[in-house]
Design a protein. Sequence first.
Length: 142
Amino acid sequence: GDPSVIVDESALPGAFPDYQAGQGGSYQAGLIRFSNGSARLSSADQGVIRELVPLIRDYNATVEIVGHASSRTRNMDPAEHKLVNFEMSLQRANAVAQALINAGAPSDRISVLAVGDSQPLSSEAMPAGEAENRRAEIYLIY
């Protein structure tokens, strides 16, 4: 199957020849996918998170983690459905934040944002689309 984590090396600040420290900017450093109803990180996910810690430290970056959920839930009323997905997206963002802190990232530079199912990457007509939407995005801001 698909890898659970994608790290786009080309997005690292050093990959831009005109990048100068202190210029500021932000980029998506990682994307972590979750299984349905889960906020658990795989060992591969943990590995990627460990790789990000030196970057965070070297660039003195702040980290914003955005948790997402797919809109698939069991039959429930719309308000409950939104709440469940918001909670799930928050749990995912928090799981990533906790893993970063455990790996040595400075906790005072990490913020989490939960958006529930309000920002889907993919249509959920197919299960693959749902899987795309169960994610946490890790942004570094420097």
